[in-house]
Design a protein around this ligand. Sequence first.
Ligand code: MN
Length: 183
Amino acid sequence: MSFGFLAFAFEPSPLQYFCVAHPSSSAKVNGLACKNPALVQASDFSFSGLHLAGNTSNPNGSKVSPVSVAQVPGLNTLGISMVRIDYAPWGINPPHTHPRATEILTVIEGSLQVGFVTSNPGNTLFTKTLQKGDVFVFPVGLVHFQRNVVTGHAVAIAGFSNDILAKAFQVDKSVVDQLQAKF
Ligand code: MN
């Protein structure tokens, strides 16, 4: 059977094919209000610049460059986003959580120690040192981190199963102390 000229459709969970974020609306339904579909363009689904290194001149020695609904209006309500993360030598993306998003990360330059912590049962640290091309997953809601373990620059690309603009960073100091004790 050939499918070459068949059009497949499915019932997506959203009510429209897309809901490109309206540039000036502050209304929030399940995301931002939709732009008039007749005015939507390809550029609403596009972003340029992820090849550019972020500025890591800060106390953590890392920089997250997001590609979320603020950068790509067409991501609105789709439940997916991504980031580039740059790390100075020994830089760290400190322990944090994404309450609604699982994160999948790959190293494209350098080497990173990564890990996450489960809180029940016990505080178990799952950690691994990644080389270029390696992939690691941080399950939704769990405290996690990345740390550059080489003397050169490191770069990672990560995808999220939800928009992470609403992320909450609330890490108990004891968790940070525990993680640092293991380094
Ligand atoms: Mn993260």
